[in-house]
Write a protein that binds this ligand. Structure first.
Ligand code: ADP
Ligand code: 5GP
Length: 208
């Protein structure tokens, strides 16, 4: 039996809409193929090319509320007049199996997990928070417009929220600026690799 035990760990990434989180994470997954990705629930409509069960579980408001009532969410939040949430079933069993699980959630969700970690030393040891920042607010607007996925109303909501989100940078352990995709993906991959090493620990019995 291997004397080393790999404990699971959780990487929470946040950043303003349009900063490039999905693009970066897809790039990082090419480097770390065993990285697990938690698929969130949302009440927003799918964008062209998005699939139920791949990018999100797309739920009706009633289906979402039923999961809230049943206690199925690790965290959930109201964002841009829609609801988003992380299912416990997407995260907990994978952590127990020793896997690295990545959550792409907003700052309200990150704060909920931070608060839970403050009550649990074991969780605190197993979670790191990464903020993805744009090189400038102008670049963010260009990317969001360039993606062409939002109505003008949703676009304004997203740009309006960006500054407030970035002002929460202090709750994050790392800030990665998504300027050049390859450079930023390299930095994020390094954070994930280093955290794997930190949480890959000798079996407890060896210390006794
Ligand atoms: P998010 O998931 O944060 O909402 P996306 O990954 O959808 O953002 O990216 C928003 C837009 O910006 C997309 O059109 C994407 O191709 C583009 N993009 C992402 N990263 C970069 C980058 N480093 N340089 C230029 N364009 C980028
Ligand atoms: P989008 O609609 O652009 O896919 O995502 C909008 C915002 O919702 C992003 O900031 C994203 O990080 C956040 N988000 C996605 N899934 C979740 C989730 O499960 N919980 C929380 N709190 N935020 C989420």
């Amino acid at each position: 039996m291997n004397e080393f035990e790999r404990y699971g760990n959780l990487i929470v990434i946040s950043g303003p809409s349009g900063v490039g989180k999905s693009t970066l994470v897809n790039r990082v997954r090419q480097e770390l193929p065993d990285l697990q990705f938690s698929i969130s629930c949302t009440t927003r409509s799918p964008r062209p090319g998005e699939m139920h069960g791949r990018e999100y579980y797309f739920l009706t408001p009633e289906e979402f509320e039923a999961k809230v009532q049943a206690g199925e969410f690790l965290e959930y939040a109201g964002i841009f007049s829609r609801r988003y949430g992380t299912l416990k079933s997407e995260v907990l069993s994978r952590l127990e199996k020793g896997e690295q699980v990545l959550l792409d959630i907003d700052v309200q969700g990150a704060k909920q997990i931070r608060a839970a970690a403050e009550k649990s030393p074991e969780l605190a040891r197993s979670v790191r928070f990464v903020l993805i920042a744009p090189p400038s607010l102008e670049t963010l607007e260009q990317r969001l417009r360039g993606r062409g996925s939002e109505t003008e109303e949703q676009l304004q909501l997203r740009l309006g929220a960006a500054k407030a989100e970035l002002s929460n940078y202090k709750i994050y352990d790392y800030i990665v600026v998504n300027d050049d995709l390859e450079r930023a993906a390299g930095e994020l991959t390094a954070v994930l690799r280093s955290f794997r090493n930190l949480t890959s620990t000798l079996k407890k019995e060896l210390f006794q």
